[in-house]
Design a protein around this ligand. Structure first.
Ligand SMILES: [Zn+2]
Ligand SMILES: [Zn+2]
Length: 344
């Protein structure tokens, strides 16, 4: 009897084998989707600063080896049992919100964003630094036709975070809104704020950022290395919202006195040192400081549609999957303009 060998289909992944380890390009068997899941043939995956949680093991409970990546775009190439509303060949994305339990206190009240058992792709399960990825359907986002895979990918984390933080606040068209930082998050935040009709003021380091800020739609620029940014904002009447995107707690603290009465500092830049503020600063004018974490896939869908409608696009640098280590180092260096995206 002739012996038969069953060819196992394999794919390339960029995995982290243990906390702090370098990226490893590895061949793995292509995974099968279970019930309620789809398999995505990944086309692009953004490299986000939050991938450091996986790379460095800074998130409790990560199991290794782990494939990072939560800014994923691609094509559904297989659907699991019971999946009827998503089709093979459909272009989809997966962002930071990688699934929710539907049963916790928050989910029962419709607040899926704050699910107590929320899953994050690349942390809770393998993410987009690979050729094929399996994702639960509640994490999927349809991608509008006019956005390319590499453009849409960063909008699923950096994009939605700034878009959603800005749209769910008390600023009205014409109000002063400041965006602190002109980087991966900030360059999108400035564009969204301008398209929302805010009087958008970018706050950055060094005068060379001024022309870029204008190009992105800002009507004003404050160089916080030569000007007191809070005083500059007060000369404009104070900011209704300050979107703090650069992970620099000191720079965030220095902006709080630039808030208008009832103004809010919304923190999306992930830093671990404390923001300093006195009760007097907050009580005077009823000011607030609030953190904001991404959003649901439905919010991502809105972000992509808005980007399609208004021309908001991320500025990106692309690297092939095989160079994941190099791409990650580029992102960490802070020199990328502005989002690094892997292509498969
Ligand atoms: Zn991210
Ligand atoms: Zn829940």
């Amino acid at each position: 009897m002739p012996s038969t060998t069953v060819a196992v289909a394999t794919m390339k992944v960029a995995q982290v084998s243990k906390p702090g380890a370098d990226f490893q390009i590895f061949e793995r068997e292509i995974p099968e989707p279970s019930a309620g899941q789809v398999r995505i043939k990944v086309q692009a995956c953004g490299v986000c600063h939050s991938d450091a949680f996986t790379k460095e093991g800074a998130w409790p409970g990560i199991q290794y080896p782990r494939v990072p990546g939560h800014e994923v775009t691609g094509l559904i190439d297989e659907v699991g049992a019971g999946v009827s509303e998503w089709k093979t060949g459909q272009r989809v994305g997966v962002g930071w919100h990688g699934g929710h339990d539907g049963t916790c206190r928050e989910c029962r009240r419709g607040d899926f964003r704050n699910c107590r058992n929320r899953k994050v792709p690349g942390i809770s399960y393998d993410g987009g630094y690979q050729q094929y990825m399996v994702a639960p359907i509640e994490a999927l986002v349809p991608i509008p036709e006019t956005l390319t895979d590499t453009e849409a990918a960063p909008l699923l984390c950096a994009g939605i975070t700034t878009y959603d933080a800005l749209r769910r606040n008390a600023a009205l068209p014409g109000d002063v809104v400041a965006v602190q930082g002109i980087g991966g998050l900030g360059h999108l935040g400035i564009q969204f704020a301008a398209k929302f009709g805010y009087r958008t003021v970018a706050v950055g380091r060094g005068s060379e950022s001024a022309s870029l800020a204008k190009k992105l739609g800002a009507s004003g620029f404050i160089d916080n290395t030569s000007t007191n940014p809070a005083e500059a904002l007060q000369r404009l009447g104070g900011a209704q919202v300050i979107l703090a995107t650069a992970p620099d707690s000191k720079a965030m603290s220095e902006l709080i006195d630039g808030l208008a009465p009832n103004g809010k500092l919304i923190v999306v830049g992930v830093a671990s040192d404390p923001i300093q503020v006195t009760p007097v600063q907050l009580i005077t004018g009823s000011r607030a400081v609030q953190g904001y974490a991404s959003g649901t896939p439905a919010d991502s869908e809105d972000t992509l549609r808005f980007a399609e409608l208004t021309g908001v696009r991320p500025m990106i640098e692309t690297y092939p999957l095989e160079k994941a280590g190099e791409a990650y180092a580029r992102m960490l260096s802070g020199k990328a303009r502005f989002r690094v995206v892997l292509t498969m």
